[in-house]
Design a protein around this ligand. Structure first.
Ligand code: UD1
Length: 421
């Protein structure tokens, strides 16, 4: 059980070497849900081995799909889908299970699921998902903590204007729209690379989606989707975390199987701090920061292509030892500084006030016992521990394992002194 395990880190080792970036969690999950729409066997390559991916496969199996993994390839046979309910225990495992809603409505015409769980980052409403699906003809009721959704005689296209470019809502609308009758327009759609990846998969299956990755997406509904083979895009957040880990140790890294073009918002800030970055063709990049980095200009988390909220915590950890004062404004989630008190235990000097966090760079951190309270905040503790003098003990690994494939093994391969006990 990973909730009893700990990471033991002896800090102060400089990271240096080459790492392969695994497939994106935030792409794999909507892709697995999209496989419900394809009548047959979807083959997903570069699918990361994460507990959240396992949770998605359990949901698929529960509704009648056959899932199997071989290496980094996951196969989902959705020839016979018979279930239209996701039980409470599976929904609670992760918030992204809400992305099954659009796919199941499209395939089964109905869906019953409880309100989703997941990392506690403050209130995470799903009003945008529900309102959009209602506009497409779904009847959705809420009873005893469950959502009862019924597409009646089938969903129809609609013009949907999102008040915020929600990633999950955009995905659910896409999933519902591909087999709805007529045309759906999504205005103010999320532009994250994971949306374009989902659309690429669906189009290979026969869907007609234009504009994914831009603010206006247009979908022409088709009768039915056939399965295909697809490769999940690289995980830009895992890549960013490895970079923070290397930079806090004044190290250098070559990343392979990555997409630097998906990381511009983040890489520009690192360059402004003094890191040097070289990108090559074929998904390869080199980054070096052999001297103490300067504090960045004020960082504001924003929807893509802005600075990603998911990298804010590991990046805050990096800034704890930067020269000068760093200011972070978290605009996406209201409760995303839960790693801060733990970073302070490691010797960081940080103050938070509402959605603003101010980091006064210190020369040294010192090892301590700390506990992860959510996924990216947990990764932040690992980043800080790599630079802290002495030994740190990090618990709460069940969160870290949701989004990083064997984080300790990856970091050890480039020189970190880290082990799981
Ligand atoms: C996805 C990512 C998550 C990332 C986030 C923002 C996955 C599995 N998760 O989460 O890692 O941090 O995008 O980049 O891809 N909101 C509403 N009403 C809604 C939906 C969202 O008010 O119906 C608000 C949320 O409370 C939050 C903001 O919109 O404040 C962003 O949420 P959203 O883009 O939907 O994030 P997720 O899809 O949950």
């Amino acid at each position: 059980m990973n909730d009893r395990q700990k990471l033991i880190v002896n800090g102060g080792r400089r990271l240096e070497g080459e790492l392969r970036v695994h497939g994106a969690k935030n792409s794999a999950l909507p892709l697995l849900s999209a496989a419900v729409l394809a009548h047959g066997e979807t083959v997903l390559h570069n699918c990361p081995a994460l507990t959240d991916v396992d949770a998605a496969c359990r949901i698929l199996t529960h509704i009648g799909c056959k899932c199997r993994r071989s290496g980094d390839t996951v196969t989902v046979d959705a020839a016979n889908v018979f279930g239209s309910e996701i039980p409470d225990n599976l929904m609670r495992e992760m918030r992204s299970s809400i992305v099954f809603l659009g796919a199941m409505l499209g395939r089964m015409g109905r869906c019953r699921l409880s309100f989703p769980g997941g990392c506690d980052l403050g209130s995470r409403p799903i009003d945008l998902h529900i309102s959009a699906l209602r506009q497409m003809g779904a009847r959705i009721g809420e009873e005893h903590g469950f959502l009862e959704c019924d597409a009646g005689k089938g969903l129809h296209g609609a013009k949907i204007v999102l008040s915020f470019p929600s990633v999950g809502a955009t995905e659910n609308i896409l999933l519902a729209a591909v087999t709805a009758k007529g045309e759906t327009e999504i205005h103010n759609a999320a532009r994250e690379p994971e949306i374009a990846d989902l659309s690429d998969y669906l189009n290979k299956c026969g869907a007609k989606i234009r504009g994914a990755g831009e603010s206006v997406i247009v979908v022409d509904g088709v009768e039915r989707l056939e399965p295909c083979e697809h490769s999940v895009i690289p995980d830009r957040i895992a890549a960013g975390t490895y970079i923070c880990a290397a930079m806090i140790t004044h190290g250098e890294l070559i990343l392979t199987h990555c997409r630097p073009d998906h990381m511009n918002g983040f890489l520009q800030v690192l360059e402004a701090m003094g890191a040097r970055i070289y990108t090559y063709g074929g998904g390869k990049m080199y980054i070096t920061g052999k001297k103490r980095l300067n504090a960045p200009p004020t960082v504001r988390t924003m929807p893509y292509p802005g600075f990603p909220t998911d990298i804010q915590a590991p990046f805050t950890a990096l800034c704890t030892t930067a020269e000068g004062t760093s200011v972070f404004v978290e605009t996406i989630f209201e409760n995303r500084f839960r790693h801060v008190p733990e970073l302070v235990r490691l010797g960081a000097s940080i103050k938070t006030e509402g959605r603003v966090c101010v980091v006064q760079g210190v020369r040294r951190l010192s090892g301590a016992k700390v506990c992860a309270a959510e996924l990216r905040g947990g990764a932040a503790l690992v980043v800080a521990a790599l630079a802290a003098e002495g030994t740190s003990e990090i618990s709460g690994l069940q969160y870290i394992d949701r989004g990083y494939e064997c984080l300790e093994g990856v970091l050890r391969s480039v020189g970190a002194d880290i082990k799981r006990v």
